[in-house]
Design a protein around this ligand. Structure first.
Ligand SMILES: Nc1ncnc2c1ncn2[C@@H]1O[C@H](COP(=O)(O)OP(=O)(O)O)[C@@H](O)[C@H]1O
Ligand SMILES: [Mg+2]
Length: 353
């Protein structure tokens, strides 16, 4: 075995096995039929035996060479593809029809390279998106500063206010990106505890009202008081509710209504935030929760949106083992729903409410 491992190619290994097998056959024929049973006279026929062996071995070697070539082609292709992948070219695939171990290896290799390719694509998109998002507020700030230096603009409170808003946006963007990346890598420990949703929802609603006093939107709290608590990290649920309500209020025109409801579904609790805004066209629905995906980029930016709120909401909900989704009839508002596990019901700790 050791000896075989030293040979440089599969073809050489097959060849050596064939030469060994033919040699053994001739030796056995020589010993048994020639010397043992005296079927022929060894002295007269040894060269015919050798010749037959040599021809047999030659033909077998040719066939082995041909078979080994076909068998090992995918292996050579994979070696080459892996080599190109080292230089960042992930589009490499290996073609084979074989279903043996080599074929299975080639399929596994193809799956791996497809996965690497899409990861690489994601990474590139992310870097491009982040740079683009950072560039917008930075260029705006720079333009104002240059104008101030050139004396084109005066450092009056309005200009400074605009600049402050841009730098706040930059800070928010970086904070949210860091938060999202920590959530995705799983190194923010969640601290799940039984959380009563009704008080949390009314707290978030009053925060929203304070944060956007200019919006005349009717906020409706329809969370039933007898809802079982959810098992979740309170701060994170707060964050999800805030992101959903902030969107709903921002996208709903004055005079509209935003409603929060919640209901129990065996083992989990669904929370629904629905609005009477413009709604979302069906083709956008599946992509809303991707970072930086917005239906109307300019509008979302103008009112301070970073495009990461829903991506964070999804990461948080999924980290709790729940789901989040959006439904909408364009023109009739949108409904965002998330599901969280209900806390296991122990003996009642408080009197009935
Ligand atoms: N209630 C809603 N009504 C209509 N569109 C919405 C609503 N909520 C979210 N969207 C769409 O989803 C996009 C992504 O939302 P989000 O991730 O919170 O980013 P941002 O709020 O910063 O724009 C928004 O830009 C908007 O196009
Ligand atoms: Mg948002």
């Amino acid at each position: 075995m050791r000896l075989l491992q030293k040979l440089p190619s599969i073809r050489a290994k097959l060849g050596s096995v064939i030469v060994f097998a033919v040699g053994m056959t001739i030796l056995l024929v020589y010993l048994t039929l020639g010397l043992g049973f005296r079927v022929f006279d060894v002295g007269d026929h040894w060269w015919e035996l050798l010749l037959a062996g040599a021809i047999g071995a030659g033909i077998a070697l040719l066939i082995a060479r041909w078979v080994a070539r076909g068998m090992t082609q995918p292996l050579r292709d994979m070696a080459q593809a892996a080599h190109r992948m080292e230089t960042g070219d992930y589009a490499q695939r290996v073609h084979t029809d074989s279903v043996d171990e080599v074929g299975q290896l080639a399929h596994a290799f193809n799956r791996m390279s497809a996965q690497l390719e899409s990861l690489e694509q994601l990474r590139r998109d992310l870097v491009a998106n982040v740079s683009h998002e950072l560039k917008t507020p930075i260029s705006a700030l720079r333009a104002h500063l240059e104008n101030l230096l050139d004396g084109v603009e005066r450092p009056d409170p309005e200009t400074l206010q605009v600049m402050l808003a841009q730098s706040e946006r930059l800070g928010r963007l970086v904070d949210q990106l860091l938060d999202l990346s920590r959530l995705e890598s799983g190194d923010v420990p969640l601290e799940p505890e039984p959380v009563e949703l009704a008080p949390l929802v009314s707290q978030v609603l009053s925060e929203i009202e304070m944060a956007r006093p200019d919006r005349h939107v009717d906020l409706q709290d329809r969370v039933p008081a007898d809802l079982p608590p959810v098992l979740a990290d309170r701060e994170r649920v707060h964050q999800v509710l805030f992101n959903l309500l902030d969107n709903a209020v921002r996208f709903t025109p004055s005079g509209g209504r935003v409603t929060v409801t919640a209901s129990r579904h065996n083992g989990s609790v669904d929370v629904e935030v629905s609005d009477t805004g413009p709604g979302i066209a069906p083709e956008h629905l599946p992509r809303l929760f991707e970072r930086f995906y917005r239906v109307d980029e300019a509008r979302s930016r103008d009112d301070g949106g970073t495009g990461i709120g829903l991506a964070i909401a999804r990461s948080v909900v999924e980290a709790h083992g729940g789901r989040i989704w959006a439904e909408s009839q364009p023109g009739e508002g949108a409904t965002f729903t998330f599901e969280l596990p209900a806390a296991a019901e122990g003996p009642p700790t408080r009197g009935s409410r």
